[in-house]
Design a binder for this molecule. Structure first.
Ligand SMILES: C[S@@+](CC[C@H](N)C(=O)[O-])C[C@H]1O[C@@H](n2cnc3c(N)ncnc32)[C@H](O)[C@@H]1O
Length: 245
């Protein structure tokens, strides 16, 4: 079993990864994404949608939303949010490479570092190839992850995050396999308990991301360092790729 198939990871870390502030932030990011793509969007697909944070945001613009995720646990959270906010949308419990959409989309997203998880490098390329096939002509793919350059620039041997609910998360990150792979260890300290998990995924430079998108068939490829559209450089915190079919 790969680390991302382990439901207990999402269960243990849910409260700190997907707190209310993260839902509020996702709602802010949706109009920023629509502005970045710069064309009308009537339907969208969020690949690896997790608890549906962005689906809720896009639905508030009247967009027909579909989310695919491997975690039944996270999808149950998404379903609860849909019910609470009376959002009509489609949630699909599937590996994103096994998903078979019944329609094409104006926008496909993959957000909050959900790319590069497949241990076989070519499977990550396949995600881009499929997204290209599933887009309408003129539609866009948006990937939000962190970039290899910024990671190498800012990585500390040990990093500590303190959450509003009192949880502490200790991280011990590494760049391994000739800096192709980001390997991290998370230790969550909650009260008197500690939970430890390890994960690893591919991490890409802006140039590598551009090459992969181009191989998938995308033509207009732009890389930003934030949802505000800042330049991608060593001062930024994200790598955001916008690619049009
Ligand atoms: C860091 S979370 C991000 C969730 C969501 N995009 C967000 O912004 O809240 C990564 C997500 O990727 C999903 N995931 C990982 N591998 C997947 C796969 N092969 N197919 C579908 N979903 C996958 C996980 O279940 C999890 O929901």
């Amino acid at each position: 079993m790969s680390w991302y198939q382990d439901e207990s990871l999402w269960e243990v870390f849910y409260d700190c990864m997907f707190d209310q502030a993260s839902f509020d932030l996702a709602k802010q990011q949706c109009p920023q994404i629509l502005e970045m793509v710069g064309h009308p969007v009537s339907n969208m697909l969020d690949l690896a949608c997790g608890p549906g944070r962005h689906l809720l945001g896009f639905a508030s613009f009247g967009i027909d939303v579909t989310g695919v995720d491997l975690s039944g646990y996270l999808l149950s959270h998404a379903a609860n949010h849909f019910e609470q906010e009376q959002v009509a949308g489609t949630l699909v419990h599937s590996d994103m490479l096994a998903y078979e959409p019944k329609q094409k989309f104006d926008l496909i997203t993959n957000l909050f570092t959900s790319f590069g998880y497949y241990p076989e490098a070519n499977d990550n390329q396949k995600v881009l190839n499929q997204a290209y096939q599933w887009l309408n002509k003129g539609g866009s793919l948006v990937i939000d992850t962190f970039g290899k350059e910024q990671l190498a620039h800012t990585m500390e041997p040990v990093h500590l995050t303190e959450y509003d609910n009192g949880d502490l998360r200790v991280e011990r990150p590494l760049l391994i396999n000739n800096m192709r792979v980001f390997a991290n260890e998370w230790i969550l300290i909650r009260g008197n308990e500690a939970f430890r998990r390890e994960y690893q995924h591919f991490v890409y430079s802006a140039q590598e991301m551009e090459t992969m998108l181009s191989l998938a068939g995308f033509e207009d490829i732009r890389i930003y360092g934030s949802f505000e559209g800042d330049e991608y450089d060593l001062s930024c915190e994200r790598l955001i790729a916008v690619a049009q079919k």
